[in-house]
Design a binder for this molecule. Structure first.
Ligand code: ATP
Length: 241
């Protein structure tokens, strides 16, 4: 098997009249935490949708764990957390987790472990409708990790979380990767990017960097990832002229 959990080749995606991704190619290694960073509207969600197999693609190829994205063998092997929480509002956190666990033929203990892992144990008995926005997105995360997916795709999972929780969530992503999962996380927050093994920097549907955080900083000649990103964008603009 390839060293890469995810391979994206020459991907072209049009949404409406707009070409969102125009010949996008990248690879994501097994057992890594990869950060997908870029400005709003740059195509992060579109790329993630293509990887989980819910986005029509115009050209190119997306392969996940050796299978075409969206194909049947992948369904139980991928967890996806969208920006909109996808849990049942009229059930408690525990009921949601147990329901998703049952779909994977897992136990109530597995559900409780997932709740514990994202720091929601003290709210396990609460209805999702009565949770804060940040708690609700962690409830979605519980349901995505309970089936122990090999690939976990998380669209801005730390938005609305306080700094302590963000830190704990990143520890959790690192643990999942240490256990062999491939984690792809989108974020706007550059200090979070430092916690990734690799970064994909995307702008207007184009990949402008694909490297470790240290190498991205080195190539931009700065220790600050925000600055590095801005410099890479400027370099790209100069090169395009
Ligand atoms: N359903 C849609 N129909 C048409 N165009 C869309 C649709 N969804 C997104 N787009 C366009 O595709 C482009 C990329 O959007 P995408 O959601 O992938 O960006 P993003 O990087 O995830 O942004 P954000 O960080 O704000 O979530 C944007 O220009 C957006 O307007």
């Amino acid at each position: 098997m390839s060293d890469n959990a995810i391979e994206v080749r020459d991907l072209v995606i049009k949404r409406g009249k707009r070409t969102v991704l125009d010949g996008f190619t990248c690879t994501i290694p097994h057992g890594s935490v990869t950060g997908l960073l870029g400005p709003s509207g740059s195509g992060k969600t579109t790329l993630m949708r293509a990887i989980v197999g819910v986005q029509l693609i115009n050209e190119g190829r997306v392969t996940v764990l050796g299978h075409p994205a969206g194909s049947a063998p992948l369904r139980r092997r991928i967890g996806y957390v969208t920006q909109a929480p996808s849990v049942y509002a009229d059930l408690t956190v525990r009921e949601n987790a147990r329901y998703f666990a049952s779909l994977y033929r897992l136990t109530a203990k597995d559900a409780d472990d997932a709740i514990e892992a994202v720091g929601l144990s003290s709210h396990a008995g609460q209805l999702v409708a009565e949770l804060s926005g940040g708690q609700r997105s962690r409830a979605s995360l519980v349901c995505a990790i309970v089936g122990r997916p090999d690939v976990l795709v998380l669209d801005e999972p730390t938005v609305g979380q306080d700094p302590v929780l963000r830190d704990e969530l990143w520890d959790q992503f690192r643990r999942l990767a240490a256990d062999g999962a491939t984690v792809l996380v989108s974020s706007h927050v550059m200090d979070e990017a430092n916690r990734c093994d690799r970064l994909l920097l995307i702008r207007e549907g184009m990949l402008i960097a694909d490297d470790t955080p240290a190498a991205v900083k080195r190539s931009a000649g700065t220790d600050d990832l925000d600055q590095a990103f801005l410099r890479l964008i400027r370099d790209q603009e100069v090169a395009a002229k």
